[in-house]
Design a protein around this ligand. Structure first.
Ligand SMILES: O=C(O)C(=O)CO
Length: 257
């Protein structure tokens, strides 16, 4: 079975964020991920990790003004200075949290902007981020996210485009974060996609479809995909980024099975 990380932005939300680390550990998780740590000083987050004895698996670079609807900066031509600052902030946190993976949100497609310009900006920004994170041995993830249900207007909303962008960025520490829930909505054909691209996949996330709930609640046959990841020698983490149907604890039956 792969290693599972609890996504603390989705799971254990019954308790305040600092308490979720211990809850995840008590439920048997040895790794955690979440969207953003920036509301808390890095050394405090490090203490929560340490006292729960869990590994920091992944978090996201600052996304711009999330509350105002922004969903990342990496493709935005007018925001390259801010992107570079966001890389430094995430790097500081990654060092303190001893985290080997960060996810770089691409951003929403700006109106009236040429596709080639967005791609040029994205590639330049990713190369910059990759080179900065290489100094601590960390990998930068890019993630295709569906723009039909969950993130309307998201620029990186195609799985094939994600793998093509990896080639364009051409840095060994940039990999694809394959969220199987988003991939199912975008295109399906999950097993073949994993098999054809396993060497470029640096992180996996899961939820079932429809509803983005626990594995087993929908149409995706996760036991088959977990066996496939094992058979292909995937040694990375699988992040549990789903919305529990009732409570987090009640929804962990799929993991015990
Ligand atoms: O929305 C998602 O799927 C994300 O992983 C955002 O980081």
């Amino acid at each position: 079975m792969p290693k599972f990380a609890a996504n603390l932005s989705f799971l254990f939300t019954e308790v305040p964020f600092p308490e979720r680390f211990a809850r995840a550990a008590a439920a048997g998780f040895t790794g955690v991920e979440y969207l953003f740590p920036y509301d808390w000083p890095a050394h405090e987050v490090a203490q929560w990790l340490q006292s729960a004895d869990v590994e920091q698996v992944l978090f996201n670079l600052p996304p711009g003004d999330w509350a105002a609807g922004e969903r990342g900066l990496a493709c935005l031509p007018q925001r390259q200075g801010e992107f570079a600052e966001s890389v430094e902030q995430a790097l500081d946190y990654a060092m303190v949290l001893d985290c080997e993976r960060v996810h770089c949100l691409a951003g929403l497609r700006p109106a009236g902007c040429d596709e080639a310009m967005l791609e040029t900006t994205f590639v330049a920004n990713l190369r910059h981020a990759a080179d900065r994170f290489a100094t601590i041995g960390a990998t930068v993830m890019i993630e295709p996210i569906n723009s039909r249900i969950d993130m309307p207007g998201y620029w990186l909303d195609d799985v094939g485009k994600g793998f093509r962008l990896l080639q364009a960025v051409d840095r060994s520490n940039v990999k694809l974060q394959l969220d199987l829930y988003h991939a199912q909505i975008i295109q399906g054909d999950l097993a073949r996609t994993i098999e054809a691209n396993i060497g470029d996949i640096g992180h996996v996330q899961i939820a079932d479809n429809p509803g983005r709930h626990e594995p087993g609640s929908g149409e995706i046959h996760y036991p088959f995909l977990f066996e496939l990841l094992d058979r292909l020698g995937y040694t990375g983490w699988v992040g549990c980024e789903y919305k529990p149907q009732t409570t987090t604890e009640a929804g962990l039956g799929w993991l015990r099975r």
